[in-house]
Design a protein around this ligand. Structure first.
Ligand code: ZN
Length: 301
């Protein structure tokens, strides 16, 4: 009997030892940051995203299941810049997880690490859903992904020092492959330079800026305000003066306005995956950009 209890104690001790080397739980607000955490963290992290590529990251519900996931997170990686202002504060508050509040190593705001576009000179909320800190849709410029990777590896090392060498080796390998891929994409997309496009929402700014493309109009009359018939008709006459080559939208956005403009302005409506999981091809960060560049090239033909 005594032997049996001793065996039990040994098993419990082994279990406790194993759990002290448990994986780092990463909760990302958007799929691209979960994908990046997996690239760098490998099997030492368990990463998941609060939103999918088919959801509008400005607007999701802080469901109880999501609050439970927030409670278990060791590291929260979010775009920030007010993108999640409608739901992240609720998650933080309801979860009561002290590890992931702003200021702690467990809170990483990706948007604060990149040079920002569209920072308003003057904040006027009557201009629609304008973000004071600038355009938050930073993930479609792969150079921004690299900047966030630099900070993410440091945070993983800080949170899980025992695996520092592992994270640093994976980061080095990722960075080499990523920089080579950026060169490849930039070359492939060189003919797109100067091309004018219409965006559904101002969420393509970083992509267009990276590739030297131009946005001449948006389907939304104001950021966050759905396209209206009057605005779309006005767009048709604007495009007669100032033509665009294609109309872009993200996978999560409704296609009706895009289709309407495509038919009336005789330009292709191009859907971009926008983030990992936005279509069948965009399975990870590398294939996300492979697919994005290819879709732009097809739209420009
Ligand atoms: Zn937005």
């Amino acid at each position: 009997m005594k032997k049996f209890f001793m065996a039990l104690t040994a098993a419990a001790a082994a279990l406790a030892a194993a759990s002290s080397h448990a994986t780092v739980n990463v909760l990302a607000c958007e799929p691209e940051w979960a994908a990046l955490a997996t690239e760098i963290g490998g099997d030492k992290v368990k990463a998941s995203s609060a939103t999918t590529a088919l959801q509008d990251p400005h607007r999701i519900e802080a469901r109880p299941s999501l609050i439970a996931r927030t409670r278990n997170a060791d590291l929260l990686v979010c775009t920030g810049l007010e993108l999640e202002v409608g739901w992240l504060p609720i998650l933080l508050q309801q979860s009561g997880n002290p590890k992931i509040v702003p200021g702690q190593p467990g809170y990483l705001e990706a948007g604060s690490l990149v040079p920002r576009l569209d920072v308003p000179a003057r904040l006027d909320r009557s201009e629609g859903d304008v973000h004071a800190a600038g355009n938050p849709h930073i993930q479609q410029d792969p150079r921004n992904i690299a900047r966030v990777a630099d900070a993410l590896v440091q945070r993983l090392v800080q949170i899980d020092a025992g695996n520092a060498a592992y994270y640093q080796a994976r980061y080095k390998d990722f960075s080499a492959r990523w920089n080579a891929a950026i060169q490849k994409w930039t070359q492939q997309a060189a003919p797109l330079k100067g091309i004018a496009v219409v965006e559904h929402h101002k969420n393509m700014a970083y992509l267009l800026n990276w590739l030297g493309m131009r946005s001449v109009a948006t389907l939304e009359p104001k950021p966050g305000v759905e396209p209206s018939g009057a605005h779309l008709s006005a767009l048709i006459s604007q495009l007669q003066q100032q033509p665009a080559k294609m109309v872009l939208r993200a996978a999560y956005q409704d296609g009706h306005a895009s289709q309407w403009l495509s038919e009336h302005a005789h330009i292709p409506a191009v859907v971009l995956p926008f983030t990992v999981g936005g279509d069948d091809k965009a399975k990870d960060l590398f294939s996300l950009f492979d697919d994005t560049v290819q879709r732009l090239q097809e739209g420009a033909k």
